[in-house]
Design a protein around this ligand. Structure first.
Ligand code: NAD
Length: 495
């Protein structure tokens, strides 16, 4: 039976509010109906988290580590169930969801160890009789608000470090994909009640969490527009925020990879079409050096046409449907506007021979004018516009020419080109010759409008810690810079 209950104060409870129908985007059928939380239930989740901070925040880090390893073990034990559920509610192919569950578990294992390895540092004190400490403390209650494209992984990148740092959490999955998140409840049974609460719902429930004084930190992954609204609201009460927002990632192919252009094309197609292009770091604009442009486009088109678009539950499927009707409309509209401005679709496009479901055949586009949204604004769908460039200078200028700065991929083995891209590209991650590979130890996040703060790595733990400077003088003695000031020698004053 599909789990539709919320998790509040360690209890699984049916939501008292309106029903939320969860649709399978491959079949357009309803997977399950979730009762949304009433206002009282959201309030109860927040109150439970607030209370749990007292117990969980004081639990020794070594015990928190054991508890997080247990969460990882529970996730692995439920991998089949979670994989299938994510496939049915989100439309991502089975193999990608299986990977997602295993990366989710790995994030809990990683932060279990990080959390017991770091609680601050000792800094040189002002005088020999003193001890100066930098303490890293829990923030309190963290609201984790996540999108639908990687429901469990993007939650884990917040939840695991937040818990490792001693915080309690209220999590809200996307209204499109609440089921796999609600199914996590048994993974947290061994934690103090209220350390993890899960509610469901759309923007109104998210807003209720963001504006509540009991929430110390909002960790959000989603669109730039909602991220800005959250930042504005959080600013009113100076709540901490960590924002992982949209992208328009460039993918640069240099002429020196001419002999392996087939590999660059396959890597590019995978980076553009993984999860039907619904990845925040999807490659959304290709800048290819003129000497290898024709060969790259030809290899890219051949490879794209070989991909299987279909039932995401079928292990032979490469690309499933888009997550919703709205998502497909947005992608189609952006592509149509580019075509109206003169672009050519050289493979794929809307419609993929399926009568039902929000399928979209992966598209390869050439000749898109630089000012179209297809080359400037996030697509979040399987569309790969390819643009020829004359030089690395031109590629870097175009790569940096949007308001986003999440990731960038480059194919080259030339050391000068690697150094230039590494230093000059404004993006939170730059991958060379291995697109989109994440590393739990490597901070992930965006520059410019792609976000504020980082997830993963040491930075991802510190995102959920408050910093306190503690200054201890071991002698009780007057200081010479106190009053009165009227002595012979002027003294430095305390700041
Ligand atoms: P979205 O911004 O519409 O929604 C994200 C979450 O915020 C959902 O849970 C939604 O219910 C909630 N929400 C909506 N309005 C809210 C409000 N006013 N206050 C509080 N919460 C609110 O995004 P989406 O369509 O679910 O996801 C797609 C977007 O996510 C894309 O822009 C993509 O680039 C981005 N994304 C970014 C990353 C990253 O790490 N940078 C990763 C994945 C996805």
């Amino acid at each position: 039976m599909t789990e539709t209950r919320l998790l509040i104060r360690g209890e699984q409870v049916a939501g008292d509010g309106e029903p939320l129908e969860v649709e399978n985007p491959a079949t357009e059928e309803t997977v399950a109906s979730v009762g949304l939380p009433s206002g009282e239930q959201v309030d109860a989740a927040l109150a439970a988290a607030r209370e749990a901070t007292r117990i969980w925040g004081r639990t020794p880090a070594i015990e928190r580590a054991e508890a997080l390893h247990e969460v990882a073990a529970q996730l692995r034990a439920r991998a089949d169930e979670l994989t299938e559920l994510m496939t049915r509610e989100g439309g991502k192919p089975l193999v990608e969801n299986r990977d997602e569950v295993s990366w989710t578990a790995a994030a809990f294992d990683y932060y279990a160890e990080m959390g017991r390895n770091f609680a601050g540092r000792v800094i040189p004190s002002i005088e020999a009789t003193q001890l100066s400490l930098v303490l890293k403390e829990p923030m309190g209650v963290v609201a984790c608000i996540v999108p639908w494209n990687y429901p469990l992984l993007l939650l884990a990148w917040k939840l695991a470090p937040a818990l490792a740092a001693g915080n309690a959490v209220v999590a809200k999955p996307s209204e499109l994909t609440p089921l796999s998140t609600l199914a996590l409840a048994p993974c947290f049974e061994h934690l103090p009640p209220g350390a993890v609460n899960i509610v469901a719902g759309a923007g109104e429930v998210g807003e209720a969490l963001v504006k509540d004084e009991r929430v110390d930190c909002i960790a959000f992954t989603g669109s730039v527009v909602v991220g800005k609204a959250i930042a504005r609201r959080a600013a009113d009460r100076v709540a901490r925020i960590n924002l992982e927002l949209g992208g328009k990632d460039p993918f640069i192919v240099c002429a020196d990879v001419a002999e392996r252009i087939d590999v660059a094309a396959k890597g590019g197609a995978w980076a553009a079409f993984l999860n039907a292009g619904q990845v925040c770091t999807s490659a959304e604009r290709f800048y290819v050096m003129e000497p290898v442009y024709d060969d790259f486009v030809s290899a890219f088109v051949d490879y794209t046409e070989s991909l299987v678009v279909g039932d995401p539950l079928d292990p032979g499927t490469d690309i499933g449907p888009l997550a919703s009707a709205l998502q497909r409309e947005k992608v189609s509209a952006q592509l149509e506007a580019a075509v109206a401005a003169g672009a050519q679709v050289v493979a794929g496009g809307n419609g993929s021979g399926h009568e039902r479901g929000y399928f979209f055949a992966p598209a390869v586009v050439t000749g898109a004018p630089a000012e179209t949204d297809l080359l400037r604004e996030e697509t979040f769908g399987p569309v790969a516009p390819i643009v020829p460039v004359k030089s690395l200078d031109e590629a870097i200028e175009l790569a940096n020419g949007t308001r986003f700065g999440l990731g960038c991929n480059v194919y080259t083995k030339d050391l000068d080109s690697i150094f230039r891209c590494m230093r000059e590209i404004k993006a939170g991650t730059v991958w060379f010759n291995d697109p989109l590979t994440d590393n739990d130890a490597g901070p992930f996040g965006g520059m410019k409008q792609s976000g504020v703060g980082r997830e993963l790595g040491q930075e991802g733990l510190e995102a959920f810690q408050e910093t306190k400077h503690v200054h201890i003088e071991t002698e009780i003695a007057p200081k010479e810079w106190w009053y009165p000031y009227g002595g012979d020698e002027p003294q430095a004053r305390g700041a």
